[in-house]
Design a protein around this ligand. Structure first.
Ligand code: ZN
Length: 85
């Protein structure tokens, strides 16, 4: 349960898998970025997600600070973010 609603079937029951969530009812997959747009916070715990977020910081400097905060939620000692802030 990650607080989002499936766009295909309306279910709110999801399984997290890597950087994605999968609808338990119809199998639709969504990247966690979709979840961010709804304004709900999701705790992301895989280190590969940090790499994805660092990538977003680089590609999207306007939102770098937001991504930095997400990274610090995962890894408070992460120093990589300061390259992009
Ligand atoms: Zn669904």
């Amino acid at each position: 349960m990650v607080g989002i609603k499936c766009k295909s079937c309306g279910a709110e029951d999801f399984t997290k898998s890597g950087g994605q969530v999968i609808c338990n009812y119809c199998g639709s997959t969504y990247i966690l970025e979709d979840n961010e747009r709804t304004g709900k916070e999701t705790t992301i715990s895989l280190s590969s997600d940090i790499d994805i977020l660092l990538d977003k910081m680089r590609m999207d400097p306007d939102n770098a600070k937001r991504y930095a905060n997400l990274i610090l939620d995962i890894d408070p000692s992460n120093k990589e973010i300061y390259k992009y802030l």
